[in-house]
Design a binder for this molecule. Structure first.
Ligand code: C2E
Ligand code: CA
Ligand code: CA
Ligand code: CA
Length: 279
């Protein structure tokens, strides 16, 4: 029994080493990926459903490896947060997004906006405001065209502190959106004191929109709240015409979802924009 015990111990020790080693390798790979410009920024359009015109886009990170494998942000963003790489990675994404947006075609009905996700660690970084300001200066993107998305849970962590940061960002002239709205149990009265311009309704509410009346009621109440506070609504994850039709009578919103487009590589998105305005 003693020997079996040792065997088991050795098995676990080897197993743990294997896990640690692959983990260390992935960490090193991610650091190298950032240095080698393998972290790309893709764009998913936000569409005005009445005109079907693109009015802006969300920047979404992709890790494109040397052999063209595309790794999803759900895999590497949490890792970047854990290993202290999220601040440089976040700056890289923000800079890329702003550089791209500067090159998008100008249009009469208003300039296209670009939305960039902020992780909670970036949001709490004391250098956030300075670093956003520096990137705006360096890229020349007009601040009004930039929107930063913070998740509902980041916004609600420490109400007073969060409000201060949002106010400082607002003073730069940029827009703020609350992301994944409806998933974070925020108190609605809290939102009233929060100077945000946009609510993004989480995809989980849209999935059952046409089959579950309660989802539809919740979505309607979120629209109602946003209207009362004069906040714009973006609905995420609209995949079908039926979902869009169901949203129509509920209220005005911008649509971000596969129905119009999945996220696209920067050059593909830019080509779509240029073709859109071609005579
Ligand atoms: P998110 O901010 O909620 O972004 C929306 C996600 O929903 C994107 O996934 C997008 O591709 C997906 N999506 C949009 N429309 C549809 C649809 O109609 N159907 C379905 N099934 N999915 C749709 P993605 O690009 O995989 O990003 C996942 C998450 O990773 C993002 O969720 C965001 O939380 C995080 N993320 C992505 N890029 C960054 C980044 O640069 N920084 C940070 N901090 N987080 C990022
Ligand atoms: Ca987002
Ligand atoms: Ca979201
Ligand atoms: Ca989400």
């Amino acid at each position: 029994a003693k020997q079996a015990g040792r065997g088991v111990y050795r098995f676990f020790r080897d197993e743990l080493n294997a896990v640690n080693q692959s983990r260390l390798k992935i960490e090193a790979d991610l650091r190298r990926a950032l240095e080698n410009n393998e972290i790309h920024v893709w764009f998913q359009p936000k569409v005005d459903p009445l005109s079907e015109r693109i009015v802006g886009a969300e920047a979404l990170a992709r890790w494109v490896t040397a052999n063209n494998e595309i790794i999803s942000p759900d895999k590497f963003i949490p890792l970047a947060e854990e290993i202290g790489l999220i601040l440089p990675l976040g700056r890289h994404v923000l800079r890329q997004a702003c550089e791209q947006a500067v090159g998008w075609p100008q249009r009469e009905e208003g300039e296209l906006s670009v939305s960039v996700n902020l992780s909670i660690k970036q949001f709490k970084d004391p250098n956030l405001v300075a670093s956003v300001s520096e990137i705006l200066d360096q890229t020349g993107l007009p601040p009004a065209r930039l929107e930063l998305e913070i998740t509902e849970s980041a916004a609600m962590m420490d109400a007073q502190k969060a409000r201060e940061i949002v106010e400082q960002l607002r003073n730069l002239g940029i827009q703020i959106a609350i992301d994944d709205f409806g998933t974070g149990y925020s108190s609605l009265s809290h939102l009233r004191h929060f100077p945000v311009q946009t609510l993004k309704i989480d995809r989980s509410f849209i999935r059952h929109l046409t089959t579950d009346e309660r989802s539809a009621s919740i979505v309607a109440s979120m629209f109602h709240l946003a209207n009362a506070l004069e906040i714009k609504v973006v609905v995420e994850g609209v995949e079908t015409r039926e979902q869009l039709d169901k949203l129509g009578p509920i209220g005005d919103a911008l649509i971000q979802g596969y129905l119009f487009s999945a996220p696209q590589a920067a050059h593909d998105f830019s080509r779509v924009l240029h073709n859109m305005d071609a005579p």
